[in-house]
Design a protein around this ligand. Structure first.
Ligand SMILES: [Zn+2]
Length: 132
């Protein structure tokens, strides 16, 4: 379960639309499974089918988080045309069982955001609790 403020969810969804046709990506920092800040990152793949973070931006997020006594608690990306579930590649590239992987799908008219924990090559959906 992860608590995410409504404005962060809206921010993820608008970033996903803004970066069409490519996948959008970023990180959420926070504490104790409560998201505090959204960090939009550059998808250096510039691809509609996969993403890679800009390593320098990723490092900057980590530094900012640490100096604010926060942690990276989730990573997110968009699926412009496929459902909100991790692809084989997403599962293969998931490196941290301690964070959640959020996927926003724009395949349907209404965007769908889901959260997953990925561990040992398996993904399990987790609940998202929207807070103010
Ligand atoms: Zn994906």
């Amino acid at each position: 379960m992860i608590d995410i403020p409504k404005h962060i969810i809206d921010g993820i969804i608008s970033q996903a639309y803004n970066e069409l046709p490519n996948e959008a990506c970023g990180l959420l920092t926070g504490k104790n499974n409560v998201a505090v800040k959204q960090h939009a990152l550059t998808n250096i793949d510039h691809s509609p089918e996969h993403f890679s973070f800009d390593p320098a931006e990723q490092f900057q997020v980590l530094r900012t988080a640490r100096s604010n006594d926060l942690e990276i608690i989730a990573n997110y990306h968009s699926h412009p045309e496929t459902p909100s579930r991790p692809s084989k590649e997403d599962i293969l590239l998931a490196y941290d069982p301690n964070i959640l992987y959020l996927i926003v799908s724009l395949a349907d008219e209404i965007p769908v955001l889901k959260a997953f924990r990925i561990e040992n090559g398996k993904s399990t959906e987790e609940g998202i609790n929207v807070i103010d």
